[in-house]
Design a protein around this ligand. Sequence first.
Ligand code: TYD
Ligand code: MG
Length: 449
Amino acid sequence: MAKVKTSFYCQQCGAQYAKWQGQCSSCKAWNTIAEEVISTDKKDWKTTKSKSKQKPILVKDIKYQQEPRLLTQNKEFNNVLGGGIVPGSLTLLGGEPGIGKSTLLLQIALQLPFKTLYVSGEESQQQIKMRAERITTSFSNCYILTETKTQQIFKHIENFEPEIVIIDSIQTLHSDYIESSPGSISQIRECTSELIKYAKESQVPVILIGHITKEGSIAGPKILEHMVDTVLQFEGDRNHVYRILRAHKNRFGSTNELGIYEMQGNGLREVNNPSEILISSSKENLSGTAIAATLEGMRPLMIEIQALVSTAVYGTPQRSTTGYHAKRLNMLLAVLEKRAGFRLGAKDVFLNITGGISVDDPAIDLAVIAAILSSNEDIAIEKNICFAAEVGLAGEIRPVTRIEQRILEAEKLGFSYILISKENKIADKKYHIKIEKAGRIEEVISFLF
Ligand code: TYD
Ligand code: MG
């Protein structure tokens, strides 16, 4: 019998150790290192006889036939994948618990025109039926299997021959070849590699659900992301209705696409024109709000920024943000204080990006500043003005990328003015929307107030 080999792995970051230790030297987490069985009979490559018939081959001589992608009924999902599911691919859908991963994939599975196998290790068949009934009334070609042992799953697959397999979730699977418990690093690695082998051999695409840890990485760490072809992330604030699906890695397409969904009582609805819902429809001009033309991936998105500036009740003024970096807010406040003479040091400043979306795009800086000033002065900004520019430390208005796309989106939604940096070179004649260019904060202030 082969000697059983064991090794120690950090359950959080996947680092490997020869012996147990209390703290992982790599990610500094305590008590995360566990012993796992690895049955490797390593031999020298020179002494092992190669059975492989593969030889190096010139790129130009490689022949391949492009197989058509499998299209789901869900347009946003197809888009994010780069135009449908590639046969034989392994896709990982990650997201926090309760964000709607099972709902999204079940919804897609129920509408697929192919023979679909939905394997769940998390819920019973009755629970899935209840969920399915919430989502739709027509259950076409979708079969449900509740099983967690990979060997059993493959046995079912062999008899059943599905055209697409969905696994909910990778953390519940376990393989007989490995002794550690489900969800441990070596189990996840083994089960994923078994699934990859199956997908590549049979050309049946497999979609996996993976949970995400508090820190935001897919539990059963980075190794999983390396192994699969595509990593999708489903994110959003659980208390808000909007969810964003984006590709973090895609071997068959770009990672710039993103899909937006709205969680409703009967499943997830695709949002085709997100800007319209993110901007409040009230006609009334309120002080402290400004609209920014941002980009989420490749997609232009108009978002509303709300600021509240009030006199600090306690000695130390509060700064609080939702959906925006607090450090960036502090920086912009310092710029306002220094360059525009606004005394905000004794004021509380609250900033909120509506819709529960968080934005990294620096192009919203100018809208943030406008919202703060508007709240501070208690003068509303006209509803037909929007902003797209970064603000620098010297108070200069800096250009942003893809300005034309932003302008077009603003124009489409009926804005009359867009404020951009004067460094952004564009021909403004071809637009109906009026393009206002500014070089410094002072110019923006005199334009607005
Ligand atoms: P779920 O798909 O179970 O999340 P995950 O698999 O990512 O853990 O979805 C969880 C939430 O979605 C749950 O709190 C209820 C809500 N939900 C709706 O609002 N509408 C629906 O139609 C469904 C099926 C779920
Ligand atoms: Mg689930």
